[in-house]
Design a protein around this ligand. Structure first.
Ligand SMILES: [Zn+2]
Length: 112
């Protein structure tokens, strides 16, 4: 029998079927696979398993940017997503100067 449950990401009510969950484990947490991807990013980011820039990349890949409408998500989720998407302005690392290998002129061993 299907149970009604709420998506951990968008707060949608959906029916959770334990039988389906055997093949789609993510249905335990979220209503759609997209929500589950967000769920995983947030979980891993919060646990410190995923660096912020990587999390940001995944969210952007899912089409989520700071301009997105966050009203569809749970408040805590929206907050975390905004946090991930907001990049602190850090100075761009200057490209390390490639060591210029000066061609040493071979000292003339044999002088005329
Ligand atoms: Zn959802």
């Amino acid at each position: 029998m299907a149970n009604l449950t709420k998506c951990a990401i968008c707060d949608n009510t959906y029916s959770y079927c334990p039988n389906c969950a055997n093949t789609h484990a993510w249905k335990f947490y979220t209503d759609t696979h997209e929500c589950y991807q967000i769920f995983m990013v947030i979980m891993q980011y919060k646990k410190g398993l995923m660096p912020k820039d990587e999390a940001k990349g995944v969210l952007e890949h899912l089409g989520i940017t700071l301009e997105s409408n966050f009203d569809n998500y749970r408040q805590s989720v929206a907050k975390t997503m905004k946090e991930i998407l907001t990049v602190e302005k850090t100075a761009i690392k200057p490209v390390e100067e490639t060591t210029v290998i000066k061609k040493n002129k071979k000292s003339k061993l044999y002088k005329d």
